[in-house]
Design a protein around this ligand. Structure first.
Ligand code: ADP
Ligand code: MG
Length: 328
């Protein structure tokens, strides 16, 4: 199978929303009147972002999911994406499930594959997504990192820590019952981008980011961009590990120290962390219901710079949590 056969067989599909898709020198997109384009790019590298033997179907899913998560964090509606792929060899047994996983998630979000590039090389997947954000009265409705204000509430969507829990189990550093591992592994390998929630939070949230490198690290980006600080109640956050609902879950399976680590700094969660004025609590819950995505209030924005952690009794936690940094 040659390069062009490969593209034709696995990555060429009719487009409905894009003006022109795969097959020419450029794709053509027409943003709807009164919208701006939101664009984001993420790369997944073997050995760095995924294990070499990972199921190609879930890898296809995750490759797009991490990009859709960035659109979600901006409140954007997905439109299209491009796929730059370096492959060691043209292997049907890998390409078929990879493209199925990728395109199933794309279809679920109406996000069309409109182009890309294909080369031989160490496995590397680079996706660029294009989304739309409305402009109302000349004002972009995009959710930015810079809009948090003192007095705002801090929220996080869904669950946290499960991806890291699965990673530790797969590395052999954490023993887990099979059913618990299966659930955690699902969160690691097939994360759900919170696209509907991001859109529902337009005009409600004051700032947002997606939690890909760990809650605290990503939250600090909001604090920095907004020149504010925050206090987070870790006793609320720690209950957000989804696996706690498992019948096979045993209290004490993970030390409190590790639970905190996974939830606050675990990474790979692809949830949204966002802020909203206290007056918008009803509106936040309405957005969560509309998006069928639970959200939990975990803290407050303050004018004093820095991130403060408290336990359930209000005592300050002094431990430091490192966020993921490829070059640290
Ligand atoms: P060019 O020579 O202009 O770079 P290519 O020969 O690389 O074009 O690609 C031919 C067409 O196939 C283009 O429309 C390109 O966007 C598309 N394409 C190439 N690789 C992929 C891929 N992995 N997924 C989707 N479309 C692709
Ligand atoms: Mg090319």
């Amino acid at each position: 199978m040659g390069e062009f056969d490969l593209i034709a067989r696995y990555f060429t599909r009719p487009t409905a929303r894009a003006v022109l898709g795969v097959g020419d020198d450029c794709a053509l997109l027409q943003p709807a009147p009164g919208t701006q384009m939101a664009i984001s790019c993420d790369m997944l590298v073997e050995g760095r972002h995924f294990f070499a033997d990972v199921d190609p179907f879930t890898l296809g899913h995750k490759s797009l999911a991490v990009n859709l998560s960035d659109l979600a964090a901006c409140g954007a509606t997905p439109l299209a994406f491009t796929l730059a792929l370096a492959l060691p060899r043209a292997d049907d047994a890998w390409l078929a499930p990879f493209s199925r996983g990728l395109l199933a998630l794309a279809d679920a979000h109406g996000c069309e594959l409109v182009g890309g590039d294909t080369t031989q090389g160490p496995l590397n997947i680079c996706i660029t997504v294009f989304g739309e954000v409305p402009v109302v009265n000349g004002q972009s409705q995009a959710l930015l990192r810079s809009g948090a204000r003192a007095g705002d509430d801090v929220y996080v969507s869904g669950t946290l820590g499960d991806a890291r829990l699965a990673l530790e189990a797969l590395r052999g550093t954490q023993a887990l019952p099979a059913a618990v591992l299966a659930q955690a592994r699902q969160r690691l390998e097939q994360p759900t981008p919170r696209v509907a929630l991001g859109q529902a939070l337009r005009g409600v949230a004051s700032a947002a980011i997606d939690v890909s490198d760990g809650l605290l690290g990503d939250l600090q980006h909001i604090l920095k961009a907004s020149t504010v600080g925050a206090t987070i109640d870790t006793s609320i956050a720690i209950d957000l590990i989804a696996c706690y609902d498992q019948p096979d879950w045993a209290t004490g399976l993970i030390s409190l120290k590790n639970q905190l680590e996974y939830v606050l700094a675990g990474g790979d969660d692809y949830e949204l962390a966002f802020t909203a004025p206290a007056s918008a609590r009803e509106a936040v819950q309405a957005a969560a219901r509309q998006a069928r995505t639970p959200v939990t209030r975990i803290g407050r924005i303050e004018s004093e710079a820095g991130l403060r952690l408290i336990d359930g009794q209000g005592n300050t936690l002094t431990r430091n949590f490192a966020s993921f940094d490829h070059f640290a």
